[in-house]
Write a protein that binds this ligand. Sequence first.
Ligand code: AMP
Ligand code: GLY
Length: 416
Amino acid sequence: MRILVVGKGGREHALVTALHESPSETELFAFPGSDAIHTLARPVEADSLASLASFMQREQIDLCVAGEESYLIKEEGLAAACAAICVPCWGPPKESAQLEASKDFAKRFMLRHGIPTAAYERVTNYEEALAAITAYPTVLKFDGLAAGKGVAICHDASTAEAFLREVFVERRFGPGDLLVEECLSGPEISIFAAVSDGDYQIFAPARDYKRIRDNDEGPNTGGMGAVSCRQGMVSTELLEEIERTVVAPTILGLQADGLPYRGFLYFGLMLTSAGPKVLEYNCRFGDPEAQAVLPLVKGDFARYVESGARGKLDRSLIQFSPEWSVCVILAAAGYPDQVQTGDIIHGLDRTSGVRVYHAGTRKDEDGNYLTQGGRVLAVVAQGTTREEAVTQAHQEASKIHFDGCQRRTDIGRLHF
Ligand code: AMP
Ligand code: GLY
Protein backbone atom coordinates (compact mmCIF):
# COMPACT_ATOMS: atom_id res chain seq x y z
CA MET A 1 0.00 0.00 0.00
CA ARG A 2 1.37 3.42 -0.97
CA ILE A 3 0.46 5.92 1.72
CA LEU A 4 0.96 9.68 1.89
CA VAL A 5 0.95 11.36 5.32
CA VAL A 6 0.35 15.11 5.42
CA GLY A 7 2.06 17.13 8.15
CA LYS A 8 5.48 17.55 9.71
CA GLY A 9 5.36 17.42 13.50
CA GLY A 10 5.63 14.87 16.31
CA ARG A 11 2.09 13.61 15.70
CA GLU A 12 2.93 12.90 12.07
CA HIS A 13 6.17 11.15 13.08
CA ALA A 14 4.04 8.93 15.35
CA LEU A 15 1.50 8.29 12.55
CA VAL A 16 4.24 7.43 10.04
CA THR A 17 5.86 5.12 12.61
CA ALA A 18 2.55 3.33 13.33
CA LEU A 19 1.95 2.86 9.58
CA HIS A 20 5.53 1.67 9.11
CA GLU A 21 5.17 -0.88 11.93
CA SER A 22 1.95 -2.29 10.46
CA PRO A 23 2.40 -5.84 9.18
CA SER A 24 0.99 -4.88 5.76
CA GLU A 25 3.62 -3.95 3.27
CA THR A 26 3.63 -0.18 2.99
CA GLU A 27 5.53 2.39 1.01
CA LEU A 28 5.35 5.70 2.81
CA PHE A 29 5.52 9.29 1.59
CA ALA A 30 5.36 12.47 3.64
CA PHE A 31 4.35 15.99 2.72
CA PRO A 32 6.14 18.02 3.83
CA GLY A 33 7.51 15.71 6.55
CA SER A 34 10.78 16.41 8.37
CA ASP A 35 14.31 14.97 8.29
CA ALA A 36 13.32 12.40 10.94
CA ILE A 37 10.07 11.48 9.18
CA HIS A 38 12.02 11.12 5.93
CA THR A 39 13.98 8.21 7.41
CA LEU A 40 10.68 6.26 7.09
CA ALA A 41 8.78 8.13 4.37
CA ARG A 42 9.95 9.63 1.08
CA PRO A 43 9.72 13.43 0.93
CA VAL A 44 7.12 15.01 -1.33
CA GLU A 45 7.29 18.55 -2.64
CA ALA A 46 4.16 20.44 -3.59
CA ASP A 47 3.11 24.09 -3.53
CA SER A 48 -0.66 23.63 -3.62
CA LEU A 49 -3.30 20.98 -3.09
CA ALA A 50 -3.53 20.66 -6.87
CA SER A 51 0.16 19.81 -7.16
CA LEU A 52 -0.13 17.41 -4.22
CA ALA A 53 -3.04 15.71 -5.99
CA SER A 54 -0.97 15.45 -9.21
CA PHE A 55 1.76 13.79 -7.20
CA MET A 56 -0.72 11.30 -5.69
CA GLN A 57 -2.07 10.47 -9.12
CA ARG A 58 1.37 10.14 -10.70
CA GLU A 59 2.69 7.96 -7.87
CA GLN A 60 -0.51 5.90 -7.61
CA ILE A 61 -1.03 6.66 -3.93
CA ASP A 62 -3.59 4.31 -2.34
CA LEU A 63 -4.34 6.31 0.79
CA CYS A 64 -3.85 9.87 2.04
CA VAL A 65 -3.68 10.41 5.83
CA ALA A 66 -4.21 13.93 7.17
CA GLY A 67 -2.07 14.64 10.23
CA GLU A 68 -2.50 18.35 10.85
CA GLU A 69 -5.68 20.31 10.40
CA SER A 70 -4.57 23.19 8.18
CA TYR A 71 -4.75 21.19 4.94
CA LEU A 72 -8.32 20.15 5.70
CA ILE A 73 -9.57 23.71 5.27
CA LYS A 74 -6.98 25.09 2.85
CA GLU A 75 -8.23 25.89 -0.68
CA GLU A 76 -10.94 23.31 -1.51
CA GLY A 77 -9.71 21.06 1.32
CA LEU A 78 -7.50 17.96 1.24
CA ALA A 79 -10.45 15.54 1.21
CA ALA A 80 -12.01 17.16 -1.88
CA ALA A 81 -8.63 17.20 -3.65
CA CYS A 82 -8.34 13.45 -2.94
CA ALA A 83 -11.95 12.73 -3.92
CA ALA A 84 -11.41 14.37 -7.31
CA ILE A 85 -8.70 11.81 -8.11
CA CYS A 86 -10.41 8.88 -6.31
CA VAL A 87 -7.78 8.54 -3.56
CA PRO A 88 -9.29 7.53 -0.19
CA CYS A 89 -8.58 10.24 2.38
CA TRP A 90 -8.39 9.82 6.16
CA GLY A 91 -9.44 13.31 7.20
CA PRO A 92 -12.84 15.01 6.78
CA PRO A 93 -13.94 17.42 4.02
CA LYS A 94 -13.75 21.16 4.54
CA GLU A 95 -17.45 21.59 5.42
CA SER A 96 -17.15 19.05 8.26
CA ALA A 97 -13.80 20.43 9.45
CA GLN A 98 -15.68 23.62 10.39
CA LEU A 99 -16.30 21.78 13.66
CA GLU A 100 -12.71 22.69 14.49
CA ALA A 101 -12.21 25.80 12.37
CA SER A 102 -15.24 27.74 13.68
CA LYS A 103 -16.16 27.77 17.34
CA ASP A 104 -19.56 29.25 16.49
CA PHE A 105 -20.24 26.45 13.97
CA ALA A 106 -19.31 23.87 16.64
CA LYS A 107 -21.56 25.52 19.24
CA ARG A 108 -24.54 25.65 16.90
CA PHE A 109 -23.93 21.99 15.98
CA MET A 110 -23.90 20.99 19.67
CA LEU A 111 -27.05 22.98 20.46
CA ARG A 112 -28.87 21.45 17.49
CA HIS A 113 -28.00 17.93 18.56
CA GLY A 114 -28.35 18.24 22.33
CA ILE A 115 -24.65 17.74 23.04
CA PRO A 116 -23.64 19.15 26.44
CA THR A 117 -21.40 22.21 26.29
CA ALA A 118 -20.99 25.54 28.07
CA ALA A 119 -23.78 28.08 27.50
CA TYR A 120 -22.63 30.93 25.26
CA GLU A 121 -23.52 34.06 23.41
CA ARG A 122 -21.93 35.23 20.17
CA VAL A 123 -21.12 38.93 20.04
CA THR A 124 -19.72 41.20 17.37
CA ASN A 125 -18.45 44.23 19.29
CA TYR A 126 -17.10 45.50 22.60
CA GLU A 127 -20.43 46.79 23.98
CA GLU A 128 -22.33 43.62 23.13
CA ALA A 129 -19.59 41.58 24.77
CA LEU A 130 -19.75 43.57 28.01
CA ALA A 131 -23.53 43.24 28.06
CA ALA A 132 -23.30 39.46 27.54
CA ILE A 133 -21.08 38.94 30.60
CA THR A 134 -23.43 38.12 33.42
CA ALA A 135 -21.01 36.71 36.00
CA TYR A 136 -17.32 36.19 36.73
CA PRO A 137 -15.30 34.14 36.01
CA THR A 138 -16.26 34.24 32.36
CA VAL A 139 -14.63 32.73 29.30
CA LEU A 140 -13.99 34.87 26.22
CA LYS A 141 -13.09 33.12 22.96
CA PHE A 142 -12.09 34.74 19.72
CA ASP A 143 -13.82 32.86 16.90
CA GLY A 144 -10.98 32.45 14.46
CA LEU A 145 -7.36 31.45 14.15
CA ALA A 146 -5.43 32.91 17.06
CA ALA A 147 -2.40 30.63 17.45
CA GLY A 148 -3.68 29.29 20.74
CA LYS A 149 -3.97 32.76 22.31
CA GLY A 150 -7.64 33.38 21.58
CA VAL A 151 -9.14 32.12 24.84
CA ALA A 152 -9.17 34.17 28.05
CA ILE A 153 -10.57 33.03 31.37
CA CYS A 154 -11.40 36.30 33.10
CA HIS A 155 -11.94 36.49 36.84
CA ASP A 156 -12.93 40.15 36.93
CA ALA A 157 -14.13 43.04 34.81
CA SER A 158 -10.71 44.60 34.33
CA THR A 159 -9.15 41.46 32.77
CA ALA A 160 -12.25 40.98 30.62
CA GLU A 161 -12.12 44.59 29.41
CA ALA A 162 -8.41 44.31 28.64
CA PHE A 163 -9.02 41.19 26.51
CA LEU A 164 -12.02 42.77 24.79
CA ARG A 165 -9.84 45.76 23.87
CA GLU A 166 -7.29 43.40 22.32
CA VAL A 167 -10.02 41.69 20.29
CA PHE A 168 -12.22 44.61 19.23
CA VAL A 169 -10.06 47.73 19.48
CA GLU A 170 -6.52 46.60 18.73
CA ARG A 171 -7.82 43.71 16.55
CA ARG A 172 -4.84 41.67 17.68
CA PHE A 173 -6.25 38.52 16.04
CA GLY A 174 -7.62 40.28 12.98
CA PRO A 175 -11.32 40.51 12.11
CA GLY A 176 -13.71 38.10 13.80
CA ASP A 177 -16.43 37.68 16.38
CA LEU A 178 -16.25 36.56 19.96
CA LEU A 179 -18.02 33.97 22.09
CA VAL A 180 -18.82 34.81 25.69
CA GLU A 181 -19.00 31.47 27.45
CA GLU A 182 -20.11 30.15 30.80
CA CYS A 183 -17.02 29.16 32.80
CA LEU A 184 -17.01 25.45 33.59
CA SER A 185 -14.81 23.69 36.09
CA GLY A 186 -13.51 20.18 36.45
CA PRO A 187 -10.76 17.94 35.11
CA GLU A 188 -10.14 17.94 31.36
CA ILE A 189 -9.81 14.84 29.25
CA SER A 190 -9.42 14.16 25.54
CA ILE A 191 -11.24 11.37 23.76
CA PHE A 192 -10.22 10.22 20.30
CA ALA A 193 -12.40 8.30 17.91
CA ALA A 194 -11.87 6.92 14.45
CA VAL A 195 -14.98 7.90 12.49
CA SER A 196 -16.16 6.50 9.20
CA ASP A 197 -19.53 7.86 8.11
CA GLY A 198 -22.03 6.67 10.74
CA ASP A 199 -19.61 4.30 12.45
CA TYR A 200 -16.97 5.07 15.06
CA GLN A 201 -14.50 3.44 17.39
CA ILE A 202 -13.16 5.14 20.51
CA PHE A 203 -9.40 4.82 20.92
CA ALA A 204 -7.91 5.54 24.33
CA PRO A 205 -8.75 8.55 26.52
CA ALA A 206 -5.76 10.82 27.17
CA ARG A 207 -4.81 13.83 29.17
CA ASP A 208 -2.46 16.46 27.90
CA TYR A 209 -0.50 18.95 29.97
CA LYS A 210 -0.86 22.36 28.39
CA ARG A 211 1.11 24.62 30.74
CA ILE A 212 4.84 25.05 30.32
CA ARG A 213 5.83 24.38 33.95
CA ASP A 214 5.25 21.75 36.63
CA ASN A 215 2.02 21.91 38.63
CA ASP A 216 0.24 23.37 35.60
CA GLU A 217 1.93 26.74 36.03
CA GLY A 218 3.05 29.29 33.46
CA PRO A 219 1.70 30.06 29.99
CA ASN A 220 -0.22 27.64 27.77
CA THR A 221 1.68 25.67 25.14
CA GLY A 222 0.74 23.24 22.39
CA GLY A 223 1.15 20.51 25.02
CA MET A 224 4.15 19.51 27.17
CA GLY A 225 3.24 15.85 27.46
CA ALA A 226 0.41 13.36 27.67
CA VAL A 227 -0.70 10.23 29.46
CA SER A 228 -3.04 7.61 28.12
CA CYS A 229 -4.51 4.25 29.06
CA ARG A 230 -7.43 2.45 27.50
CA GLN A 231 -9.03 1.48 30.83
CA GLY A 232 -7.27 3.38 33.60
CA MET A 233 -7.88 7.04 32.79
CA VAL A 234 -11.63 7.11 33.42
CA SER A 235 -14.00 4.52 34.85
CA THR A 236 -15.98 2.29 32.50
CA GLU A 237 -19.19 4.01 33.65
CA LEU A 238 -17.84 7.46 32.87
CA LEU A 239 -16.57 6.38 29.48
CA GLU A 240 -20.00 4.93 28.73
CA GLU A 241 -21.60 8.23 29.76
CA ILE A 242 -19.21 10.15 27.47
CA GLU A 243 -20.05 7.80 24.62
CA ARG A 244 -23.80 8.06 25.20
CA THR A 245 -24.04 11.82 25.76
CA VAL A 246 -21.24 13.14 23.55
CA VAL A 247 -19.66 10.75 21.05
CA ALA A 248 -22.73 8.92 19.70
CA PRO A 249 -24.86 12.11 19.36
CA THR A 250 -21.98 13.80 17.54
CA ILE A 251 -21.74 11.02 14.96
CA LEU A 252 -25.54 10.99 14.55
CA GLY A 253 -25.49 14.78 14.25
CA LEU A 254 -22.91 14.67 11.46
CA GLN A 255 -25.11 12.18 9.62
CA ALA A 256 -28.27 14.22 10.21
CA ASP A 257 -26.62 17.41 8.95
CA GLY A 258 -25.23 15.67 5.87
CA LEU A 259 -21.64 16.27 6.98
CA PRO A 260 -19.43 13.44 5.70
CA TYR A 261 -16.68 12.39 8.07
CA ARG A 262 -13.87 9.89 7.69
CA GLY A 263 -10.93 10.47 9.97
CA PHE A 264 -9.97 10.97 13.58
CA LEU A 265 -12.25 13.14 15.68
CA TYR A 266 -10.97 14.62 18.93
CA PHE A 267 -13.34 15.59 21.73
CA GLY A 268 -11.88 18.02 24.28
CA LEU A 269 -14.03 17.51 27.38
CA MET A 270 -14.43 18.97 30.82
CA LEU A 271 -15.75 16.57 33.45
CA THR A 272 -18.07 18.89 35.36
CA SER A 273 -20.24 18.04 38.36
CA ALA A 274 -23.18 18.13 35.93
CA GLY A 275 -21.55 15.57 33.64
CA PRO A 276 -19.07 15.67 30.74
CA LYS A 277 -19.25 18.77 28.54
CA VAL A 278 -17.52 19.48 25.23
CA LEU A 279 -14.99 22.33 25.24
CA GLU A 280 -13.95 21.82 21.65
CA TYR A 281 -13.81 19.47 18.71
CA ASN A 282 -10.70 18.93 16.64
CA CYS A 283 -10.84 17.15 13.31
CA ARG A 284 -7.55 15.31 13.78
CA PHE A 285 -5.55 13.49 16.40
CA GLY A 286 -4.14 15.54 19.27
CA ASP A 287 -0.48 16.49 19.44
CA PRO A 288 1.12 15.24 21.75
CA GLU A 289 -1.71 12.81 22.57
CA ALA A 290 -1.13 10.86 19.32
CA GLN A 291 2.43 10.17 20.42
CA ALA A 292 1.10 8.57 23.64
CA VAL A 293 -1.96 6.79 22.18
CA LEU A 294 -0.67 5.34 18.89
CA PRO A 295 1.94 3.01 20.49
CA LEU A 296 -0.98 1.34 22.30
CA VAL A 297 -2.59 0.38 18.99
CA LYS A 298 -1.57 -3.11 17.89
CA GLY A 299 -2.40 -4.99 14.72
CA ASP A 300 -2.63 -3.63 11.20
CA PHE A 301 -3.10 0.10 11.70
CA ALA A 302 -2.40 0.83 8.01
CA ARG A 303 -5.18 -1.43 6.75
CA TYR A 304 -7.49 -0.20 9.51
CA VAL A 305 -7.08 3.42 8.43
CA GLU A 306 -7.50 2.43 4.80
CA SER A 307 -10.71 0.57 5.65
CA GLY A 308 -12.05 3.67 7.42
CA ALA A 309 -11.06 5.95 4.56
CA ARG A 310 -12.96 3.66 2.19
CA GLY A 311 -16.09 3.87 4.36
CA LYS A 312 -16.04 0.74 6.48
CA LEU A 313 -14.05 0.66 9.72
CA ASP A 314 -12.71 -2.85 10.10
CA ARG A 315 -12.34 -3.26 13.87
CA SER A 316 -10.91 -6.76 13.50
CA LEU A 317 -7.68 -5.23 12.17
CA ILE A 318 -6.52 -3.61 15.41
CA GLN A 319 -6.35 -4.31 19.13
CA PHE A 320 -5.49 -2.03 22.03
CA SER A 321 -2.76 -2.72 24.52
CA PRO A 322 -3.99 -2.46 28.13
CA GLU A 323 -0.75 -0.67 29.11
CA TRP A 324 -0.19 2.90 30.24
CA SER A 325 1.63 5.23 27.90
CA VAL A 326 3.39 8.46 28.85
CA CYS A 327 4.77 11.09 26.47
CA VAL A 328 7.24 13.68 27.75
CA ILE A 329 8.01 16.67 25.53
CA LEU A 330 11.43 18.30 25.35
CA ALA A 331 10.88 21.91 24.31
CA ALA A 332 13.32 24.52 23.07
CA ALA A 333 14.63 27.45 25.08
CA GLY A 334 12.15 30.33 25.01
CA TYR A 335 9.10 28.19 24.17
CA PRO A 336 6.20 29.12 24.03
CA ASP A 337 7.41 32.62 23.14
CA GLN A 338 10.50 33.45 21.10
CA VAL A 339 12.11 30.09 20.44
CA GLN A 340 15.84 29.42 20.18
CA THR A 341 16.73 27.03 17.34
CA GLY A 342 19.86 25.45 15.88
CA ASP A 343 21.15 23.80 19.08
CA ILE A 344 22.76 20.37 18.77
CA ILE A 345 20.73 17.59 20.40
CA HIS A 346 22.87 15.16 22.40
CA GLY A 347 22.02 11.74 23.75
CA LEU A 348 19.52 10.54 21.15
CA ASP A 349 21.55 7.32 20.88
CA ARG A 350 21.55 6.77 24.65
CA THR A 351 17.86 6.08 25.19
CA SER A 352 16.49 2.57 25.31
CA GLY A 353 13.04 0.99 25.61
CA VAL A 354 11.28 4.19 24.51
CA ARG A 355 10.17 5.79 21.27
CA VAL A 356 11.54 9.19 20.43
CA TYR A 357 9.39 11.16 18.00
CA HIS A 358 10.74 14.32 16.39
CA ALA A 359 8.49 17.36 16.56
CA GLY A 360 10.89 20.15 15.64
CA THR A 361 14.34 19.01 14.52
CA ARG A 362 16.53 19.04 11.44
CA LYS A 363 19.69 17.23 10.50
CA ASP A 364 22.91 19.13 9.74
CA GLU A 365 25.58 18.12 7.19
CA ASP A 366 27.40 16.04 9.82
CA GLY A 367 24.29 14.02 10.64
CA ASN A 368 23.58 15.74 13.98
CA TYR A 369 20.00 16.56 14.82
CA LEU A 370 19.48 20.24 15.71
CA THR A 371 16.54 21.96 17.40
CA GLN A 372 14.20 23.53 14.86
CA GLY A 373 10.94 24.39 16.62
CA GLY A 374 9.19 25.03 19.92
CA ARG A 375 8.44 21.45 20.74
CA VAL A 376 11.54 19.49 19.78
CA LEU A 377 11.14 15.83 20.79
CA ALA A 378 8.63 13.51 22.40
CA VAL A 379 9.93 10.63 24.52
CA VAL A 380 7.28 7.96 24.94
CA ALA A 381 7.26 4.91 27.22
CA GLN A 382 4.73 2.20 28.00
CA GLY A 383 4.39 0.23 31.22
CA THR A 384 2.00 -2.19 32.82
CA THR A 385 1.39 0.40 35.54
CA ARG A 386 1.16 4.15 35.34
CA GLU A 387 4.17 4.48 37.62
CA GLU A 388 6.29 2.22 35.42
CA ALA A 389 5.49 4.20 32.27
CA VAL A 390 6.05 7.54 34.05
CA THR A 391 9.41 6.49 35.51
CA GLN A 392 10.69 5.07 32.23
CA ALA A 393 9.61 8.09 30.13
CA HIS A 394 11.25 10.61 32.46
CA GLN A 395 14.39 8.56 33.01
CA GLU A 396 15.00 8.19 29.28
CA ALA A 397 14.01 11.79 28.50
CA SER A 398 16.66 12.96 30.97
CA LYS A 399 19.37 11.37 28.83
CA ILE A 400 18.72 13.81 26.00
CA HIS A 401 20.18 17.31 26.18
CA PHE A 402 20.31 20.50 24.23
CA ASP A 403 20.94 24.08 25.21
CA GLY A 404 18.00 25.49 27.21
CA CYS A 405 15.94 22.27 27.03
CA GLN A 406 12.63 22.59 28.92
CA ARG A 407 10.90 19.50 30.29
CA ARG A 408 8.16 19.14 32.88
CA THR A 409 8.96 16.60 35.56
CA ASP A 410 5.35 15.88 36.57
CA ILE A 411 3.99 14.61 33.23
CA GLY A 412 1.91 11.51 33.88
CA ARG A 413 2.25 11.94 37.64
CA LEU A 414 -0.17 14.79 38.22
CA HIS A 415 -3.46 13.02 37.91
CA PHE A 416 -5.70 15.77 36.62
P1 AMP B 1 -10.40 25.78 23.69
O1 AMP B 1 -9.46 26.40 22.70
O2 AMP B 1 -11.83 26.12 23.44
O3 AMP B 1 -10.19 24.31 23.85
O4 AMP B 1 -9.98 26.38 25.11
C1 AMP B 1 -8.66 26.26 25.60
C2 AMP B 1 -8.67 25.96 27.08
O5 AMP B 1 -9.43 26.96 27.79
C3 AMP B 1 -9.36 24.64 27.43
O6 AMP B 1 -8.49 23.55 27.33
C4 AMP B 1 -9.79 24.90 28.86
O7 AMP B 1 -8.72 24.72 29.76
C5 AMP B 1 -10.15 26.36 28.86
N1 AMP B 1 -11.59 26.55 28.61
C6 AMP B 1 -12.20 26.64 27.42
N2 AMP B 1 -13.53 26.81 27.54
C7 AMP B 1 -13.79 26.83 28.86
C8 AMP B 1 -14.98 26.98 29.64
N3 AMP B 1 -16.17 27.17 29.06
N4 AMP B 1 -14.86 26.96 30.98
C9 AMP B 1 -13.64 26.80 31.56
N5 AMP B 1 -12.49 26.66 30.89
C10 AMP B 1 -12.54 26.67 29.56
N1 GLY C 1 -2.98 18.65 22.48
C1 GLY C 1 -3.81 19.65 21.99
C2 GLY C 1 -4.06 19.64 20.55
O1 GLY C 1 -3.61 18.80 19.81
O2 GLY C 1 -4.78 20.53 20.09
